[in-house]
Write a protein that binds this ligand. Structure first.
Ligand code: FAD
Length: 352
């Protein structure tokens, strides 16, 4: 016998779960969220938003549409939760050669990138950064303090009695024509926002989500004196009070959230090519990014049951993409507005 009836059950409270929960609140739908801290991607994320792919100087897919939704979304959460999450700063991309400097200018002329790239070559504002070929600077970039956001959001849900701090067990779902039962809950729909935890979800684990593990260090470097992000062999991100995040690694075989000696070694080796001052490692974290082969999110419903939906595959850019994708999924589920083909799980016909 169900004791509580809600419109939605959300599984997972990372960036995807928070974005969908907020969409539900906006639309005055009721929900509960299950969260068991089995995945750490949102908790460890650098949290940067940046509309340019810094390897090739090309625009991020749909960057403008994503940012136009994301920035007001985080601002709204700052107001609601009385906290500050958006740390605005420039990103300096250091150059390895004259050829890269030229490529920067070529990219600056492209209409899709003009808005985001300063057409000049500059010095990084820190004597401790090694950048003989200097750097290019990006606009409209910054960082969302994702861990602080997740923790504040979790506390808020707790207070309203909407958070269930336990593992959601997929085998306990009973589906009916008119609703879903899960233990003592009755819901209209379930939205799975499980990140790399999808592997335990028998309804969606055939979808091609192949997690990419990432490790990050936190360093204390009082002589570095850096106020903006530097992206070189690695990124260095100022946290305040002479602390910096340094990352990240990419590992496609290890699917655990455990920091490794190899990960730290790789990051420190790269760090020493970028800075020439002393530092001390004071933290080391890891998480698995929910990445997909075609670098597009996974949105949609189970092919045999439209009450089971998924919001996943946010990849390496969850901060920018989560709020827009939550809106699109909601419009699809409630108003039958078709999903863009690029994000719809039906692009994997035989698997979805
Ligand atoms: C090292 C690193 C650096 C990154 N840097 C950036 C960056 O600078 N900018 C950026 O935009 N993105 C970055 N990312 C990517 C970003 O973290 C992800 O895109 C995003 O966090 C994915 O959010 P999510 O909600 O889909 O998944 P997750 O954050 O993994 O959340 C899923 C949640 O579901 C819960 N869960 C799963 N299964 C169950 C279950 N059965 N029952 C209950 N709860 C469950 C998990 O505990 C977890 O909290 C980085 C990621 C890593 C690892």
């Amino acid at each position: 016998m169900s004791e509580k009836t809600v419109d939605y059950i959300i599984v997972g409270l990372g960036l995807a779960g928070i974005a969908f929960a907020e969409e539900l609140k906006k639309q005055q739908k009721s929900f509960v969220v299950f969260e068991d801290v089995s995945q750490t991607s949102s908790l460890v994320a650098g949290g940067m938003y940046n509309p340019v792919i810094l390897k090739r100087f090309t625009p991020v897919w749909n960057a403008k549409e994503q940012l136009d939704v994301a920035i007001p979304f985080y601002k709204m959460l700052e107001n609601k939760l009385s906290a500050s999450f958006d740390q605005v700063f420039s990103i300096y991309r250091t150059f390895k050669s004259v050829e890269e400097q030229n490529n920067w200018f070529i990219a600056c002329d492209k209409p899709a990138l003009q808005e985001y790239m300063h057409p000049e070559i500059v010095d990084v504002a820190s004597d401790s950064i090694v950048a003989p070929f200097r750097a290019g600077r990006l606009k409209h970039t910054g960082r969302i303090k994702v861990k602080e956001l997740v923790n504040a959001y979790r506390d808020d849900l707790k207070q309203s009695g909407s958070l269930i701090e336990e593992t959601f067990r997929h085998d306990n779902i009973i589906t009916w024509e008119t609703h879903i039962d899960y233990k003592n809950l009755r819901a209209d729909k379930i939205v799975f926002c499980e990140g790399n935890g999808i592997e335990k979800n028998r309804f969606f684990n055939k979808l091609p989500l192949n997690g990419t593990k990432g490790e990050l260090l936190t360093i204390y470097a009082p002589d570095l004196k850096l106020n903006d992000v530097v992206k070189s062999a690695i990124f260095i991100l100022p946290l305040g009070e002479d602390h910096y995040k340094v990352g990240a690694t990419f590992n496609w075989s290890d699917q655990t959230n455990t920091p490794t000696i190899e990960g730290r070694k790789e990051l420190e080796e790269k760090l020493r090519t970028v800075i020439n001052c002393k530092y001390e490692v004071v933290g080391h974290e890891a998480g698995v990014r929910p990445t997909t082969g075609d670098r597009r999110p996974l949105l949609g419903c189970h092919k045999d049951n439209s009450r089971l939906a998924i919001l996943n595959g946010l990849g390496t850019r969850g901060v920018m993409i989560a709020p827009l994708m939550a809106k699109k999924l909601y419009q699809f589920l409630e108003n039958d507005i078709p999903l863009d083909k690029e994000v719809d799980i039906r692009r994997f016909k035989q698997k979805g």
